[in-house]
Design a protein around this ligand. Structure first.
Ligand SMILES: Nc1nc2c(ncn2[C@@H]2O[C@H](COP(=O)(O)OP(=O)(O)OP(=O)(O)O)[C@@H](O)[C@H]2O)c(=O)[nH]1
Length: 375
């Protein structure tokens, strides 16, 4: 091949390659641009998620347990716990009775009586009321009234037996009752939810628990254990799930399942009032899309005295509290806190915690409480 023929061949090959590149470029350039992501009228529902689709489903319902405990009936637990209450509070009652039984009730004695009442966290105003009542009754010349009877009656009056202490655990229109449990962390909320479930199970009620204390992962596991022991389902979310979404799912589950009562445990950290109001307000709002909240129980630790009461007051300002659970009364000699709590918050003490055992929660009764105080 001559040099000229070789040159023509090279030019031809280069020309073919150039034409191919330009045509390819033009074809790509003309390709239609993707459509903007516009609204569509047709919503395709994805197939329901299966267990294989998600490693950690947002909400879980606990599996039924292998063995189920039978909780202690309410009646016998009251008798047993009254003895424990008397053990913790007896000193206070005995001290008062000893002072009131003196031959002469002089001013020093009345002052000592006042001190005993104040030391038991009864509060200033109720203390004055009790002392005034006793002074009037025991001043009578001739046949003075029995000191024990007078003290018992004055204390019962101050604890107020006329308050409605029934727990609203039933709903209306075929819906479950919903109990929301709130309070400062560490007061015993999760424990109380577990114990309350046992009281209801002992009364043959069907219960669902909602573990909306997603702030503390251990609280969710703790509640699941309480539920498992008595065959109660616990609806729980993954760690740090929105508490309101867990509460919603728990109540929905309870409604769909036709249970009698749903109890919701909350975290309710007390960082500031606005944050607390947002969190508990939202929990309550979303629950009420399913069923009305029938009872809001505020848990207060009796051993924290007046300080605990100040913190509790913030909760009562952000949610409409309907009853108080006073825990750890077994570890405090200051039973007078019952009266301070009721006066401060204007709601009755409905339940008292008297130990760490599973059945150590009892309905509160004014007369039985005072009898235990007097030993
Ligand atoms: N002695 C006694 N201990 C109690 C009583 N109620 C609860 N406790 C104990 O108090 C501790 C705290 O209880 P929790 O139920 O974990 O408290 P909580 O309010 O849920 O705490 P957070 O989840 O941190 O908000 C636990 O060790 C309970 O066993 C009671 O009536 N008596």
């Amino acid at each position: 091949m001559s040099a000229l023929a070789l040159l023509i061949l090279i030019i031809a090959v280069v020309a073919v390659l150039l034409v191919g590149t330009v045509v390819g470029f033009l074809v790509r350039g003309r390709k239609p641009a993707p459509l903007p992501n516009t609204h569509t009228d047709v919503i395709v529902t994805p197939p329901p998620a299966t267990d294989a689709d998600t490693d950690a489903p947002p909400v879980e319902v606990s599996a039924p347990p292998a063995t189920i405990e039978r909780p202690e009936p309410t009646a016998t637990r009251l008798v047993r716990l009254r003895q424990r209450l008397a053990g913790a509070q007896g000193g206070f009652g005995r001290g008062l009775l000893a002072l009131l039984s003196r031959d002469r009730l002089d001013e020093d004695t009345w002052e000592s009586i006042e001190d005993v009442l104040l030391t038991a966290d009864l509060g200033v105003q109720p203390t004055q009321q009790v002392v005034e009542g006793l002074r009037t009754r025991l001043r009578v010349e001739g046949r003075p009234e029995d000191a024990r009877t007078a003290l018992r009656e004055e204390l019962v009056k101050i604890v107020d037996p006329s308050m409605d202490r029934r727990l609203q655990v039933s709903g209306a229109d075929g819906k479950p009752g919903v109990v929301l449990v709130v309070g400062v962390n560490g007061t015993g909320k999760t424990t109380t939810v577990g114990k309350l479930a046992r009281i209801l199970v002992a009364e043959d009620r069907r219960v669902t628990l909602g573990a909306a204390d997603t702030f503390r992962a251990a609280a969710v596991d703790q509640l699941a254990t309480w539920g498992d022991r008595v065959g109660v389902e616990v609806v729980r979310g993954a760690e740090a799930t929105d508490p309101a979404s867990v509460a919603f799912d728990a109540v929905k589950h309870g409604v769909d399942d036709g249970v009698d009562t749903v109890i919701i445990d909350t975290a309710g950290r007390l960082q500031n009032k606005a944050g607390l109001m947002d969190e508990l307000g939202k929990v309550k709002r979303v629950i009420e899309k399913q069923a009305p909240v029938t009872e809001v129980l505020l848990v207060i630790d009796a051993t924290t005295g007046q300080n605990g009461l100040i913190q509790a007051r913030v909760f009562s300002e952000v949610v409409d509290v309907t009853g108080v659970v006073l825990t750890k009364l077994d570890g405090s000699a200051k039973g007078g806190i019952v009266v301070s709590v009721q006066r401060e918050l204007g709601v009755p003490v409905k339940l008292v915690g008297l130990g760490e055992g599973p059945d150590d929660l009892a309905p509160f009764d004014a007369e039985a409480f005072v009898d235990a105080l007097l030993g």
